[in-house]
Write a protein that binds this ligand. Structure first.
Ligand SMILES: [Zn+2]
Length: 216
């Protein structure tokens, strides 16, 4: 009796699996906001809040090779737009720098460290927006499941995947780098959830922040 190859590698996406997906993210108007594209597939640990809840729900139960359109409303994505996260600061607060609409920077706020975007400049007043750039947006994902595998115990313990540069970039202490594992410096450039770069849109901000990736 011949082995049906379709029965091989049919692990379904479920809690405690490491999933790699390719995705394209569009807004309501069909504009592409983000895509895995040249970065290659995004790997994440399913059920560990590595990615936004709506996307995770949409991927649940799929197998490698599946493609799907996943519609994520704001409440299952980056939240509703919150007017309270707007604040006015005087132009003088920028000192010698010339603020421009659309500029983004990290700043300490009463809600902790946030990315602020300059939304408006009027006269001597600058409006800063602490909302995530995708807050209030319905997200249209086109995804393809590239692979599904069981998570390793250490991945479960750390709450993130450890291979293919999926995680543990700049967030790891240099002392741990020599130990290999997910903290090697080579992987730091891969832009996983611990890199100092802006996380991929599909990844939740702060999913792997300080201490989340000690890899000890
Ligand atoms: Zn780790």
């Amino acid at each position: 009796m011949a082995v049906d190859s379709t029965l091989l590698n049919t692990m379904r996406v479920a809690k405690e699996t490491v999933v790699a997906i390719e995705y394209t993210l569009k807004d309501d108007q069909g504009n592409i906001i983000d895509a895995s594209g040249d970065r290659g597939p995004m790997e994440y640990l399913h059920g560990a809040q590595n990615i936004i809840p709506g996307l995770e729900q949409g991927i649940d139960g799929l197998v490698a090779g599946d493609t799907k359109k996943v519609l994520v409303p704001p409440q299952l994505g980056y939240g509703e737009y919150n007017e309270k996260l707007l604040q006015l600061v005087p132009l003088t607060a920028f000192g010698a720098n010339t603020p421009q609409v659309g500029m983004r920077f990290h700043a300490e706020t009463n809600l902790g460290m946030r990315v602020l975007t300059i939304k408006k400049i009027e006269g001597e007043e600058v409006t800063l927006d602490g909302n995530h750039e995708l807050a209030g947006k319905t997200l249209h994902f086109d995804i393809k499941v590239v692979s599904v595998r069981a998570a390793e115990p250490t991945e479960l313990a750390h709450g993130h995947p450890h291979q293919s540069g999926g995680c543990c970039g700049g967030g790891c202490g240099s002392g741990e780098a020599s130990g290999g594992g997910c903290c090697s410096s080579e992987e730091g450039s891969a832009g996983g959830c611990c890199s100092t770069e802006e996380p991929a849109a599909a990844q939740k901000q702060g999913g792997c922040g300080s201490g989340g990736c000690g890899c000890s």
